[in-house]
Design a protein around this ligand. Structure first.
Ligand SMILES: C[S@@+](CC[C@H](N)C(=O)[O-])C[C@H]1O[C@@H](n2cnc3c(N)ncnc32)[C@H](O)[C@@H]1O
Length: 253
């Protein structure tokens, strides 16, 4: 899944969820001073910022296939080791890190088994490998679950994200087990995000980011207006808050 989009647009769309999620994820993984940490699929740096705050920029590496995100991460964290690459073929020597984390990335990997195995390879023995992915399965607890539900009402054949790797309960655990990781711990991470208006929620959905954004951008003006109207009927007027929950798995390499 390509994310060649401006970092600012991503931040307005998903970053408002992934920034607070990153704090919870870094805490769950026990990231602390002295560790060497890898952020796989770093995007514009939502998790990276929390890793840099905990261990310092010199001890964080970040990798992403999107050149706009790699450039954005370098600009945001001067001096960081940010590289263009994919999880399935990580551009690092074996045993380079104490901790390797992937936040909201496993479901976009071309080969999730290989991506997690690569994260285990670059992590030292007894180090920590972690991943979190929104709950986009039947519980529909992701930030874009409401949007996809409204899409399906208008277009039952639309291809949503509910079949992607890792979005259902225990799928991350299975991926971690297959990669030979031990002491696997599974949990949920929940964030709350405030909006001042429906428009603030709706507009970023039209930026063409990720599968949902690409779907919305592909609609005719009439169908997009119908979807917007349906979503507006589901959300309060004025200010509101939304909750989103991610599955989280941590294992020992
Ligand atoms: C939803 S964004 C998450 C970005 C960031 N981790 C965050 O929490 O905001 C998904 C990211 O995964 C990256 N990505 C997609 N396929 C990937 C792959 N095969 N390996 C590594 N990263 C990938 C995308 O470029 C994008 O930056």
């Amino acid at each position: 899944m390509s994310f060649e989009v401006p970092p600012d647009a991503y931040t307005r769309f998903m970053g408002r969820y992934s920034e607070p999620l990153g704090a919870l994820f870094a805490d769950a993984a026990g990231v602390s001073g002295g560790q060497r940490v890898l952020d796989v699929g770093c995007g514009p740096g939502a998790l990276t910022s929390h890793l840099v705050a905990r261990v310092g920029v010199d001890r964080v590496s970040a990798v992403d296939p999107s050149s706009s995100f790699v450039d954005g991460t370098r600009a945001r964290f001067p001096g960081i080791d940010a590289r263009q690459g994919v999880a399935e073929d990580l551009p690092y020597e074996s045993d380079s890190f104490d901790v390797a984390l992937a936040q909201l990335v496993v479901h976009f990997m071309t080969d999730a088994d290989r991506g997690v195995a690569e994260m285990a390879r670059v992590t030292r023995s007894d180090g920590t490998v972690g991943a979190c992915v929104w709950d986009l399965g039947p519980n529909e607890r992701g930030p874009i679950s409401l949007l996809w539900r409204m899409v399906r009402e208008l277009d039952p054949d639309a291809q949503d994200e509910s079949q992607l790797a890792g979005v259902r309960e225990d799928e991350l655990v299975t991926l971690f087990t297959n990669a030979g990781l031990g002491d696997i711990d599974s949990s949920e991470l929940t964030v709350r995000v405030a909006y001042t208006s429906f428009e603030e929620w709706w507009e970023p959905n039209t930026f063409g980011i990720g599968p949902a954004g690409i779907y919305v951008a592909s609609l005719s003006p009439e169908r997009r207006a119908a979807l917007r109207e349906r979503c507006a009927a589901e959300l309060p007027d004025g200010q509101f808050e939304l909750e989103a929950t991610a599955w989280c798995a941590l294992g020992r390499s």
